[in-house]
Design a protein around this ligand. Structure first.
Ligand code: URA
Length: 479
């Protein structure tokens, strides 16, 4: 019998390497005892090779491998042996992936599902408390979470993508994930230390109480999405019973107060039209903008994006081009117009004879607003209040670049530049003026071209966009 002891960090990758090695050495499933070990004793093998038979080259589809590896995050101590037996059966063609009539396959698929659900819960219910200096460029947060399975490593990439602009620690009873300088490292959690409740716990409770909207409270949805077993990890959960009890009265109060709310909100928004802490327009330069933008939290979008996509182009550009907001690819690269809409933009610019590097290209909103759907991040249109918050940056860019003309792509850009967000059907191609009197042409957003189902519409939109680019270049004297 061979005893394989896998490390506690990188367990799945180590299992994969060992399974390949044992399979090619012809070691049958029943001749291996799998364990997870500690520290210095990690990844070692005991026992002889006397039971080796003919070798098997591991051949698995990507789907099968991904499912098996996800199932290996389950707490079931038999998971490694079962997965190894399955790998041998699949590679030898004795089993077909997905055949639930096979008890081992059925079990692995059920465990994969349980692990996926657990990862989803972790993504939804981790609550960070700020532990570092609030004014630091990269702020530091910590969270304690108790997952059902061993999912810390599998769940961490989501947090790295979503909270890429801050440093954070997520501690679980098994492993601790630590994200610093944009890299995640794991360590075995030291004892079962739970962060002590402190003042910032209080802050979390107050925060939750404020964002809690009683008019939308649905108890059944709340308990199915946020099962009671997770409540103990959520600082705000202490408030739930009282919130449920007082929700109807609070909803009534909200309705009665509704007529007076817009003014209060408008006043608050107006009061916030100063820069982020310690920032004034006077000490800003274009090269310094990116780091400041990354740290911007004037609205909630910034906290979810990876980084800001700052505008780019020469400081003395005659033409400024303003889009809506960065998309998925722009968020990852930190630059505007690179993804699918960026490729349409480049294609039209080429056709118009517009040299991208000579214009200053930016967006009305500098961070990517999205809704997570599985592995995808779906674009969400920024709200007028968010556009208004981000206008501080656009105004600053306009003041620094002082373009002769602006090309606004889409109605969000039009809203930010003119205060008028009406749709473009009667406005596009007309010369308008931005808030400072700079001449401005409104045109289609390139993403509209991607969405239009009819080829004839796409062709017409493309032609108009090219014509509007030419018009904007003429206005700017950039040709
Ligand atoms: N859409 C935009 O408006 N801007 C980008 O940078 C990318 C897509």
């Amino acid at each position: 019998m061979r005893r394989i002891v896998l490390p506690r960090i990188g367990t799945v990758a180590a299992w994969r390497a060992e399974a390949r090695r044992l399979a090619s050495a012809g070691v049958p499933a029943e001749a291996v005892l799998w364990q997870v070990g500690d520290g210095a004793r990690d990844l070692f093998e005991e026992g002889g090779g006397e039971d080796a038979g003919a070798g098997t080259a591991v051949r698995l589809s990507r789907t099968a491998l991904a499912s098996i590896e996800t199932a290996l995050c389950h707490r079931d101590p038999e998971r490694f042996a079962r997965a190894y037996a399955l790998v041998l059966g699949l590679s030898r063609g004795e089993l077909v992936w997905g055949d639930r009539a096979d008890p081992a396959m059925n079990r692995v698929l059920a465990q994969e599902k349980a692990v996926r659900r657990d990862i989803h819960k972790m993504h939804a219910f981790v609550r960070f408390r700020e532990i570092g200096d609030r004014d630091a460029l990269r702020r530091t947060f910590a969270a304690w979470f108790e997952p059902e399975h061993l999912i810390t490593e599998a769940a961490a990439p989501f947090f790295a993508r979503r909270f890429g602009d801050m440093d954070w620690i997520i501690a679980t009873p098994d492993l601790t994930a630590r994200f610093t300088n944009r890299a995640v490292a794991f360590s075995v959690t030291d004892g079962a230390t739970r962060p002590p409740p402190d003042a910032s716990e209080e802050l979390w409770r107050t925060y939750f109480a404020h964002i809690f909207n009683p008019a939308r409270l649905m108890v059944s949805a709340m308990t199915s999405e946020m099962p009671r077993k997770y409540w103990k990890n959520l600082p705000e959960a202490e408030l739930i019973p009282e919130m449920i009890r007082s929700a109807p009265a609070r909803a009534r109060t909200m309705q009665e107060a509704a007529a007076t709310m817009p003014d209060t909100r408008a006043a608050r928004l107006a009061a916030r039209r100063v820069g982020p802490a310690g920032t004034s327009e006077g000490d800003m330069t274009l090269p310094g903008l990116k780091a400041r933008l990354d740290a911007c939290r004037r609205c909630p979008i910034g906290a979810c994006a990876t980084q800001a996509a700052a505008g780019e182009g020469p400081e003395n550009a005659r033409l400024m081009i303003v889009g809506e907001q960065p998309g998925d690819e722009e968020d990852l690269a930190g630059r505007p117009f690179l993804g699918p809409a960026g490729r349409v933009f480049d294609d039209c610019a080429r056709a118009a004879g517009l040299d991208r590097s000579e214009a200053y290209i930016t967006n009305a909103v500098k961070h990517f607003k999205f809704a997570p759907r599985g592995k995808k991040r779906l674009h969400q249109r920024p709200s007028p209040a968010e556009v208004e918050q981000c206008r501080w940056w656009l105004d600053l860019e306009r003041a620094l670049v002082r373009p002769r003309a602006i090309l606004a792509l889409g109605s969000t850009a039009a809203l930010a530049l003119t205060g008028d967000g009406r749709d473009l059907s009667h406005r596009r191609g007309q010369i308008e003026r931005d808030r400072n009197g700079t001449p401005m042409i409104l045109s289609w957003h390139p993403a509209f071209l991607l969405r239009a189902p009819e080829k004839s519409t796409r062709d017409a939109v493309r032609e108009e966009l090219i014509a509007h680019m030419r018009l904007a270049m003429n206005l700017a004297g950039a040709t």
